[in-house]
Design a protein around this ligand. Sequence first.
Ligand code: PEP
Length: 280
Amino acid sequence: MSVPKNRGILIAGNWKMNHGPAETQKFFAELEAAWPSLPDHSGQALASDQLQVCLFTPTLSLQAACAARGKLPVHVGAQNAHWERSGAFTGEISGPMLRQVQVGSVLLGHSERRQHFGETDEGVRRRTVSLLEQEFFVMACIGETLAERQGGQTRAVLERQLSGLFPETGSQSGAARFLGSRLVLAYEPVWAIGTGVTATPEQAEEAHLMVRDFLDRQCGPETARKSMILYGGSVTPENIDSLLAREGVDGVLVGGASLKPQGFLALVAAGARAVGSKPA
Ligand code: PEP
């Protein structure tokens, strides 16, 4: 998986701790059966890489997902991975292990990892840089809490998290050199995740502009222009069109609404509608 030149659209699902191997097999069987119902232009968008689709499954379901997806154009990714390649890190998984099961994408720094498992900006940076150097496609998450937003801290929090990921200036340093190819960012306001409260399209656009503005200053205008930034937080088939229509929203990361094949397919169809219908 890689970022196309004009960014395109990426529809990603995060199953969190849902769907073991058996449910995963069932999901893909149903998805495959329903796939032909996608409008024709979806196939064209997918074939041209302007639309990309990825599902981040639980670790234990990765192999089942890779086997069951068959010929469907759905990438399979892990929900975390350690920066070390092996060693005394009980409960963790590594890049080389993911490679063994043909997984090439990883979600990192999700707010649930940060909130419940104490992941820090520095830990997220180490994981991100290591997995990118191992040639993975990485989606790194950032986002403010409700208290931070209400306290007028949104920009400051996003910039703190982004400075954690990109501590040095320049387009060629650390993780920055992978923006526009194998690193994408997901803006996920914590107050919108799993709550049913979606950011308004205006709020999403405003935050995405803040992120791109930071990238412009820290990594340079060319890197900022080619960076993909996704929105995540209670996205559904009902609200996805209005979010994807906003400037700088290059896709979505979806939890709850990605768990059922029909719902996920509706998100993919919305991604296809958005391809070509918006300025970069
Ligand atoms: C997520 O898991 O990243 C997420 C955005 O979840 P939900 O869509 O359920 O809010």
